[in-house]
Design a protein around this ligand. Structure first.
Ligand code: EPU
Length: 355
């Protein structure tokens, strides 16, 4: 029988972060059963220490060692909890692999997650940074998040509104010390229509990719599986293979700037991509384009580099340290600030240093 949890001292984290940088933690707590989490957190060795939740390690940069205890929730059960009519409720535990959940949902004939195929990481990490791609964010499908509230020492179930999802943002991201995400409840659809507005095909590239697959969206209504396949093909082509060089996907968020600033930049750079922001008076710019325009795509400082495939992705070509990658990131942000007057913010959580 597997132990409910396991505590290891002085743990090596280099295989536990997708940047594959060297880092250690004084303690690594692996929790196999969600119900045993509160008891595990009370272990004498780690009680009161800072905690760092680790999912797939795909949205983290260790610029130094982890302080305190790193906690890995391994429970990864996935199942349908209610299947009445067109809307199906699915519950997935934090330790499940995100892409595995997307493929499982398609196998069940469920729609809603197809645009989010091939995003690395665990289910537990998905709501924290409200993962998104190709015009869809996971928060749209989330009905509730089950979490351990460390402040109140109790299990809570927070509905979609309470999770306060934003662009790569949530209540959990803003309060990393308070909640430990244990499971996610999703609302998916059986009707070939993703929740809430149908398959999102408008996003640049998806329609073209479907056409390249021989599926013209004008004459053939693509299935959720077709869309997932198009997304997988696009991601494989546009993003560097995490198996080939350590990376954490987009390193910077796309900056949101006042509309007037976007207009001024567009006047000077008519080819610059700009999209309407959440509010009418803001625009979202493309961080990849800004970095590329500074001539930094493919840049390399030792083993720390900017991907040749996508200017938004930092890569570890071999033995870069987290501190070296952070230094490169700061230089990139400095160049974009100097050239365009736009501040870039990192998307991954940085451990052991401040941005
Ligand atoms: N572009 C360049 N140079 C490049 C790459 C892109 O100039 O090297 C320009 C292109 O003009 C393109 C624009 O940047 O039109 C946008 O590029 P892309 O469609 O690849 O999307 P992105 O805004 O760079 C975002 C997400 C990705 C997600 C894609 C697809 C963020 C920070 N990133 O990237 O998410 O996969 O859209 O929806 O929002 C991630 O979060 O880790 C991630 C990979």
């Amino acid at each position: 029988m597997t132990a409910l949890f396991h505590l290891q001292a002085d743990a090596d984290l280099s295989a536990r972060n997708t940047f594959r940088v060297a880092a250690r933690a004084p303690w690594l707590l692996r929790v196999n059963e969600l119900a045993s989490l509160p008891e595990a957190l009370e272990l004498e060795q780690i009680r009161g220490l800072p905690l760092l939740m680790l999912g797939g390690g795909s949205n983290l940069l260790f610029a130094g060692d982890a302080p305190g205890a790193v906690v890995e929730l391994r429970a990864g059960g996935v199942g349908i909890v209610e299947d009445r009519g067109p809307v199906v409720r699915v519950r997935a535990q934090a330790g499940a692999d995100w892409h595995g959940l997307v493929m499982w949902s398609l196998d069940q004939g469920l729609c809603g997650l197809e645009n989010l195929a091939l995003i690395p990481g665990s289910v537990g990490a998905a709501p924290i940074q409200n993962i998104g791609a190709y015009g869809v964010e996971v928060g749209e499908s989330i009905l509730a998040v089950e979490a351990w509230d460390r402040q109140e020492a109790r299990w809570v179930r927070l509905g979609r509104q309470a999770c306060a999802f934003g662009y790569r943002d949530s209540l959990f991201k803003r309060n990393p010390e308070r909640w430990i995400v244990a499971a996610v409840e999703l609302e998916l659809s059986r009707q070939g229509r993703a929740h809430p507005a149908g398959p999102r095909l408008g996003y640049a590239g998806i329609g073209e990719e479907l056409a390249a697959m021989g599926l013209d969206p004008g004459t053939h209504a693509p299935t959720a599986r077709d869309v997932a396949e198009a997304v997988i093909r696009l991601r494989r082509r546009k993003l560097p293979d995490p198996g080939a060089a350590g990376n954490a996907g987009s390193f910077f968020k796309n900056p949101v700037v006042p509309a007037a600033q976007a207009q001024a930049l567009l006047a000077a750079h008519p080819r610059m991509p700009a999209f309407p922001g959440q509010g009418a008076d803001t625009h979202k710019l493309s961080a990849a384009w800004l970095i590329d325009a500074c001539g930094l795509k493919g840049e390399r400082e030792g083993d720390a580099g900017v991907s040749e495939a996508h200017a938004l992705v930092l890569v570890n070509h071999g033995r870069a340290s987290g501190a070296q990658l952070l230094e490169l990131a700061r230089r990139i942000a400095g160049a974009v600030q100097a050239r365009f007057g736009v501040a870039l913010e990192p998307e991954p959580r940085i451990v052991g240093a401040c941005w």
